[in-house]
Design a protein around this ligand. Structure first.
Ligand code: NAD
Length: 486
């Protein structure tokens, strides 16, 4: 299999190579096969990318907002027309099942571009009457924004960052995860085809050191990272040195609370989606499933029964529901957490191993279900980022809210109940940036997304993202004479 791109980087409207950079092997997670070899950006490549973005941004910011929006909407249309091909590449890059990538990756990126292309002409300042005088504000771009991506949703992450950034008149240099370098290059190609000036959206490859070089460069006005909390700490600190703007989309250990009056079948569906979609490699996953003691056994029985039906297989096959994890290292990390869970005394209800048919090749782990999990166990406190679901039993609303909030993370939370008053009261008390009532993990572009506490700073999607990719200039206009004391 060969998914070799024309070159490693896309800068100033064209593919660029510099073989002096450290090699990056792109591995198809279902087989372990190397499908492309790219090179990490050298200092010369980093410089070229930032220079060309700097130049393109000046030109882009002079366009009318309608003209900018049109380019984004054209890019959305091209992505939609090429969804099949882009989804197949995303499946090779990540190992995620094609039945997922066809509906959740390029399509979600296209929606972000359509949304921000549509609202670009509405990004305005305001007029402020001050008696005879007045003031007005201009909402201006920040300049060159750096995007740094994780490996779980490579196309979506690149588009979620690029769409609001470009709509506000910024340029972007994007560095994908070294594990999934392929798809962002396609987005860069598509922007040029849609009419964006060369250099407006550049993609350069690299490991953490390339991300660090971008985050500390004086030409960088803002850094938006999607990644883990430890990386977030480093990138936030690096950006702080130059007083740069940041958006931090980090990890989570989110609670999904199932009250005794919940629709159990729907709650089980949500728990499946919140733990096993993308083999559990989703930041907002509800990995701590708190189930009221009155419905605990019924919930676990149904969840086990339905999980046993999951189709594990080659992610290129449309029937496959569970594919591999992204890398051997991630598989080993997840397996080690399963061992930790067992050693801590949690009950392994289902899964827990490499599936027998996939032991020889690929980075597979069975969907895994633990019960009898307590708050102090590491599997209930640390982000695993794999298909491992923990069920914790609870007895009262106050108790479950306190336990759900007993985490440094605060990305997301879900509540299942038929009692509307309790649903809203519980959500109001939960320390999370995004909450769902009677569903889980739906992230439409119209709704802001992001975390509180250690899970992040800033918001992606919706109008809220505009605040994080623009700055306000205030202008006071005097209509009369200037008074002075002497
Ligand atoms: P990671 O933190 O290891 O890497 C993220 C990115 O940061 C990669 O591109 C990496 O090369 C880069 N990086 C590493 N060190 C750096 C440094 N010092 N300076 C600059 N860049 C650096 O994360 P990952 O393993 O790729 O992704 C999984 C994590 O991402 C999980 O914690 C998950 O929860 C999180 N995530 C969060 C969201 C969200 O929206 N909140 C979405 C997806 C994933």
């Amino acid at each position: 299999m060969n998914a070799q791109p024309k070159a490693s980087h896309f800068i100033d409207g064209a593919y660029v190579e510099d073989n002096a950079g450290r090699p990056i092997d792109c591995i198809f997670p279902a087989t372990g096969e190397v499908i492309a070899t790219l090179h990490s950006a050298t200092p010369a490549i980093i410089d070229k990318a930032l220079e060309s973005a700097h130049r393109a941004q000046k030109q882009w910011a002079t366009l009318t907002p309608v003209a900018r929006g049109r380019v984004l909407r054209r890019a959305a249309d091209i992505i939609t027309a090429r969804n099949q091909e882009l989804s197949e590449l995303e499946t090779l890059d990540t190992g995620k099942p094609i039945q997922e990538t066809l509906v959740a990756d390029a399509t979600s990126g296209a929606e972000a571009l359509e949304f921000f292309g549509g609202i670009a002409p509405t990004i305005n300042g305001e007029a402020i009457p001050l008696g005879d005088d007045f003031a007005y504000t201009r909402r201006e771009p920040l300049g060159v924004c750096v995007g740094i991506g994780a490996w779980n949703y490579p196309t979506q992450i690149a588009a979620w960052k690029a769409a609001p950034a470009l709509a506000c008149g910024n340029a972007m240099v994007f560095k994908p995860s070294e594990l999934t370098p392929l798809c962002a290059l396609k987005l860069a190609e598509i922007f040029v085809e849609a009419g964006a000036p060369a250099g407006l959206f550049n993609v350069i490859q690299g490991y953490g050191d390339v991300g660090a070089a971008l985050a500390t460069d004086p030409r960088t006005a803002k850094v938006s990272l999607t990644g883990s909390v430890p990386t977030g700490r480093k990138v936030y600190a690096a950006a702080a040195e130059g007083i740069r703007h940041v958006t931090m989309e980090l990890g989570g250990k989110s609670p999904l609370i199932v009250f005794e009056d919940a629709d159990i079948e729907n709650a089980v569906s949500a728990a499946i989606n919140a733990n096993f979609y993308s083999s559990g490699q989703i930041c907002s996953n509800g990995t701590r499933v708190f189930v009221h003691e009155a419905v605990h056994d019924q919930f676990v029985a149904r969840l086990t029964e339905r999980t046993a039906r999951a189709v594990i297989g080659d992610p290129r096959d449309e029937a496959t529901q569970i594919g591999p994890l992204v890398s051997a290292a991630q598989r080993d990390r997840v397996l080690s957490y399963i061992e930790i869970g067992k050693a801590e005394g949690a009950r392994l209800e289902f899964g827990g191993s490499v599936p027998r048919d996939f032991a020889a090749a690929g980075f597979y782990v069975e969907p895994t279900l633990f019960t009898g999990v307590t708050d102090d166990m590491r599997i209930a406190r640390e982000e695993i980022f794999g298909p491992v679901l923990s069920v914790l039993s609870f007895a009262s609303e106050d108790e479950v809210i306190a336990r759900a909030n007993g985490s440094d993370f605060g990305l997301a939370a879900g509540v299942f109940t038929k009692d509307i008053t309790r649903a809203h009261r519980t959500v109001a008390a939960l320390e999370a940036g995004t909450c769902w009532i009677n569903t889980y993990n739906l992230t439409p572009v119209e709704m802001p997304f992001g975390g509180v506490k250690h899970s992040g700073v800033g918001r992606e999607n919706a109008r809220a993202a505009i605040e994080h990719y623009s700055q306000i200039k205030s202008v006071y206009v005097a209509m009369g004479d200037v008074e002075a004391a002497f």
